[in-house]
Design a protein around this ligand. Structure first.
Ligand code: COA
Length: 332
């Protein structure tokens, strides 16, 4: 891409399953309470997909809404961030593209778990930068509730289901919506901190059914999330020649309200610049950043002209950040 050109955000869409499960409902079947979940995570309720709703279904809904918001369904590629694809093989993005009437275009999945959306933005931006696409639909969608052992009070309260999407187009680096710079990292040595041990190619079957569900070392993940998101936020700001005071809205992966606030504190970022929708959405993995953007647009806390810092952390481990000035875009 020529100097001065960039991938520019031009559409936004969200979709949450209609079924609301609040903390009281969980407390009836798990040894937990509304008070514990709210004070330790900030979550009051989450949306859970019905059994006949899959990641592809949710991604199609959010993708259609983003295309509507962009005012055109012309895109050259679909990049789907998910760690809960409908099948181990094939990827889900081609089915999403076909269901959206986009059969024939490039479509593939990106799996960076809860950092997936930031990685997918970088990938979509890279397709545009490399001249392989002019417009890209980037979707984050997960039914992470299906990876949670129904008997595990450590994970069930945290995760919810949902999908969010944006449309990127080729544009200028100095116009509102232009993405970048990016900061992306991983650390595979800590893969076991949040892992589904069985079901993949390494261990197809297991005698212990719990191996097919996610196991999480919550406190270690908490510490890594705060440190890595703060590090990455600083790195991307430095690369852009900006200070933390230049950030109007911090839209980070919605893992836990305490993680969001602790990270903001490390960054010396005032709390009123932190966008949080975790109270009603829970941790929706790859969907959480676009869902938070859509909610902040709807409630008016995100306005055109705001400088937005996007930061995420997830299993892998993976983490990363990017920046944009919010364009005149509303959820479709
Ligand atoms: N309800 C009631 N009690 C619970 C509970 C629940 N749902 N889950 C755990 N507990 C108990 C524990 O058994 C423990 O009891 P003990 O002191 O008798 O041993 C106690 O609460 C404290 O557990 P702890 O794990 O220290 O709590 P915490 O303050 O670290 O909070 C998490 C747990 C999972 C909420 C927190 O660690 C967290 O959010 N981690 C990050 C998870 C995350 O973001 N994952 C996704 C990354 S993208």
């Amino acid at each position: 891409m020529q100097k001065g050109h960039s991938a520019v955000l031009t559409g936004l869409g969200a979709w949450l399953p209609p079924r609301v499960v609040d903390n009281d409902a969980l407390s009836q079947r798990l040894d937990t309470s509304d008070e514990w979940i709210r004070t330790r995570t900030g979550i009051r309720e989450r949306r859970i997909a019905d059994p006949d709703t899959s990641t592809v279904d949710m991604a199609v809904q959010a993708g259609a809404n983003a295309l509507r918001s962009a005012g055109s369904d012309l895109v050259d590629a679909v990049v789907l961030a998910t760690s809960t694809p409908d099948y181990v093989c094939p990827a889900s993005a081609p089915q999403v593209a076909s269901a959206l009437g986009l059969s024939g275009i490039a479509a593939f999945d990106v799996n960076a778990v809860c950092t997936g959306f930031v990685y997918a933005l970088a990938t979509g931006g890279g397709l545009i930068a490399g001249g392989m696409a002019d417009r890209v639909l980037v979707i984050g969608a997960d039914v992470f509730s299906r990876l949670c052992d129904p008997a595990d009070r450590g994970t069930v309260p945290i995760f919810g289901d949902g999908a969010g999407a944006v449309v990127l187009r080729r544009g200028l680096a100095d116009e509102p919506g232009a993405l970048g710079p990016f900061d992306l990292h991983s650390e595979g040595d800590n893969a076991d901190l949040l892992i589904v041990p069985a079901g993949g190619a390494k261990q197809r079957e297991s005698d212990d059914p719990r191996d097919h569900y996610v196991t999480m070392h919550g406190q270690a993940i908490f510490r890594h999330a705060c440190a890595r998101m703060a590090e990455s936020a600083r790195a991307v700001l430095e690369r852009a020649g900006l200070e933390i005071d230049d950030v109007d809205r911090f839209v980070a992966h919605q893992a836990n309200i305490r993680i969001l606030l602790a990270t903001a504190k490390q960054l010396k970022l005032p709390e009123d610049r932190v966008v949080a929708n975790i109270g009603h959405a829970g941790n929706t993995s790859a969907a959480s950043i676009p869902l938070a953007l859509a909610d902040a647009c709807e409630d008016g806390s995100l306005q055109p002209g705001h400088r937005v810092l996007l930061t995420a952390f997830g299993a892998g481990l993976t983490w990363g950040s990017t920046l944009l000035t919010w364009p005149d875009v509303k959820p479709g």
